[in-house]
Design a protein. Structure first.
Length: 539
């Protein structure tokens, strides 16, 4: 066993971990050690090219290929839930959709007792992390490590028709949903730079932010946290077949994500004491909230046959068109290869929850059997097609993630408990009907040949809900399993310290107490930015 020492040991080089490690190294002279379980594949071609997301999400070289437990609420399906396993983490494999979230939800965090986490508190960190050449100066960052581009500069006729149809359906136009107003329809913003993915690996671990006192070790899988009494003193990790220890002079920081951070805590004896003892784990600290409060966005899609051969279905079925798409991308960094297939979205109020956006719908330039629900298989429709995806922004159903073995290589049991709450089922039905309302507008009609899934014959609540259950998949937005708060079920305090322990923090999306009403990657990076400030600020 070989030991190494650092001031700070950060576990996980993902969306939050890369940010917190880089900022710590920039502001301290001591060594910051960043451990990443995955290989250094963040510069691979299909990682850098936005459309490559479909390839890498089913490749174990790039992702943890996790699956949920059978979901009784989704006709007993097990849902595929990949998470990034490389520098940049899920920011290196996600759809790059750049959304901060609803400002009101951060204010809700503060009202729940999370002092310092209201929107005016976190806005400086959102601005610090981004480089956007558009939007209001006081609301948008101009020189941060994560480049942001708007697809308004790379639009197409189907996207423009969808945007127009949304406005005809009464949804307000919003050119910058990361600005003063969250609700409305607009072109997507992406975390891309010159048409290429801009992950936290690129933004924080390469280039001017990288400091010589930051050491990144890849293919280094952390297996447990080391304690001296109630104080974290380091971690144990595997690199190849050899076990090593990384000892922290100041703090250990878990940034392994909403699945691996609670897993590591439980493997190390931090969690529900009764459950851990049954597995033979020596209890360090009884903290029943570890692994609870699991939240995710369940999404479904309504698919359509298109009247024009302008979708990815057509391009990918033709070698000539695929070559033309590739040549356009090489020459201009634009076209479908510069997108994740989704190009515009709308955050919309619901009758169930007026006053705030409650559901999201977005256009995808392809159609086919749902790719990630195991009962649906893989493949595009053999005709021109597109899809309108939808999900509820603030799901109420909560699940859990827990270990069932002391083997660090064994996957924990992931139980999202999708659609367990009636309000979630009602919101999904309202979202599906909103999609149909938008698709009946004059602006989009010239592009619609027919609805192919669930099909126009399905109109009743029972039939539509059955479709949602059978077609539902993760949106890859799991959060909440090391919840921040001041209540008895909280795992970390508002300064991200693990309750009841010393020199140990969690800095990743698992600390979110509720869903920020959006895709979660940008909020995860913000947590890394703010986490560094909290760590370096004396009590």
């Amino acid at each position: 066993m070989v030991d190494t020492r650092a001031e700070y040991v950060v576990v996980g080089a993902g969306s939050s971990g890369a940010a917190v490690a880089a900022r710590l190294a920039a502001r301290t002279s001591g060594k910051v050690l960043l451990l990443e379980a995955g290989a250094a594949r963040d510069k691979d071609f299909w990682v850098k090219v936005p459309v490559g997301v479909a390839k890498i999400l089913q490749n174990p070289d790039y992702v943890w290929m996790s699956n949920t437990s059978a979901q009784s609420t989704l006709v007993n399906q097990s849902i595929y839930m990949p998470m990034g396993k490389l520098p940049g983490g899920s920011s290196s494999v996600n759809g790059m959709i750049y959304v901060r979230g609803d400002p009101a939800e951060y204010d809700n965090w503060r009202s729940m007792g999370c002092a310092g986490w209201g929107y005016d508190d976190v806005l400086p960190y959102f601005r610090r992390l981004e480089s956007a050449a558009f939007g209001e100066e006081k609301l948008r960052g101009r020189d941060g490590p994560i480049s942001v581009q708007s697809l308004a500069d790379n639009s197409d006729e189907l996207t423009d028709a969808f945007v127009a149809a949304c406005t005809q359906a009464g949804i307000p136009r919003n050119p910058d949903y990361n600005g003063a107003q969250y609700e409305g329809i607009g072109h997507l913003q992406l975390s891309t730079r010159n048409g290429r993915r801009c992950s936290t690996a690129l933004g924080y671990l390469d280039g001017p932010l990288r400091r010589p006192n930051l050491e990144l070790l890849t293919e280094a899988r952390t297996t447990r946290i080391l304690f001296d009494g109630k104080r974290a003193i380091g971690v144990e990790y595997l690199q190849g077949a050899q076990t090593h220890r990384a000892l922290a002079d100041k703090e250990v920081i878990l940034s392994a994500g909403p699945i691996r951070s609670p897993q590591l805590l439980e493997l190390s004896g931090v969690g529900n004491a009764s459950a851990l003892r049954k597995l033979g784990v020596s209890v360090v600290h009884d903290l029943p909230g570890v692994g609870e409060n699991f939240l995710d966005h369940l999404q479904s899609r309504v698919t359509y046959a298109c009247t024009k051969a302008i979708t990815l279905n057509d391009i990918l079925s033709s070698k000539v068109r695929t070559l033309a798409m590739g040549m356009r991308y090489i020459l201009t960094r634009k076209g479908f290869m510069a997108t994740p297939s989704a190009t515009a979205h709308a955050n919309v109020q619901t009758a169930l929850e007026p006053g705030r956006a409650g559901v999201k719908i977005q256009v995808h330039h392809l159609s086919g059997a749902d790719r990630y629900a195991n009962t649906k298989g893989f493949g595009l429709d053999p005709f021109p097609g597109f899809a309108i995806g939808f999900f509820q922004l603030r799901p109420a159903s909560r699940g859990s993630i827990h270990i069932t073995s002391t083997d660090p290589s064994a996957d924990p049991v992931i139980n999202p408990n999708y659609l367990a709450e009636e309000t979630d089922r009602s919101h999904m039905l309202e979202a599906l009907r909103l999609v149909r309302k938008v698709m009946s507008q004059d602006a989009i009609k010239p592009y619609v040949d027919r609805e192919t899934r669930p099909g126009p014959a399905v109109t009743d609540d029972a039939g539509l809900l059955e479709y949602v259950k059978t077609s539902g998949q993760t949106s890859w937005h799991p959060i909440g399993t090391c919840k921040m708060g001041v209540d008895d079920r909280a795992v970390v305090t508002p300064d991200l310290r693990v309750r009841g322990l010393e020199a140990l923090r969690v800095v990743d999306s698992s600390i979110m107490p509720t869903m920020p009403s959006s895709n979660t990657n940008v909020a995860s990076i913000m947590i890394g930015e703010k986490g560094a400030d909290l760590i370096l600020t004396p009590r």
